[in-house]
Design a protein around this ligand. Sequence first.
Ligand code: ADP
Length: 206
Amino acid sequence: MRVVLLGPPGAGKGTQADRIADRFQLVHLATGDILRANVADGTPLGEVAQAYLDSGELVPDQVVVAMMLERLTQPDCGHGFLLDGFPRSVAQARALDEHLAELGAPLDAAINLEVAEEELLHRLAGRGRADDNAQTIRNRLQVFVSSTRPLLDYYDEQGLLFSVAAAGTIDEVSERILHTPRDVPRPAPPARSQPATSGSEGVDAS
Ligand code: ADP
């Protein structure tokens, strides 16, 4: 299963990603974590990324796309992956789609965690990461609205979008992701060698 996890900063993507990846034995790739590790290790990539992380701007598409597509060619990703924090712009999503189309292994779902802005501000303020100061938080939310939210339509048009209310406890949200029926039936997928199994339940292991 190949899944992307979408949602604004503070939606709980990392926590839920760990659980989904665990449940379906997927490789969990958190773009922000990979970028922060590069900064911590002082790699050339980290040097480029640092100022963007600090300000809450997106690291340029070509940098992130190259980093993530390279990671996705590693053999461990062949059994399925969960992308957390990538793509974050339509340009990134297109690059990902092209790459996966070449491999004949398209995405199965885009899970969108929905949270009210007030709740996001509250959660981010309590987290204490270096980029969780008021100015950077405001910018990250702004960047989400302008660059990342358009991805919801992008994936909805492909019949891949699956939105989940992400208020409540961590367990309640996981339960919704894994078991809530989809509110919008998926259109028939394009011809594939294996027909998809039931699309009427939450994320399934197909
Ligand atoms: P959050 O979703 O809580 O903002 P992340 O760890 O996912 O936290 O991202 C932190 C920062 O890393 C972003 O503000 C951005 O600077 C950078 N980043 C992460 N993913 C991407 C991406 N796909 N494209 C560009 N920049 C990214």
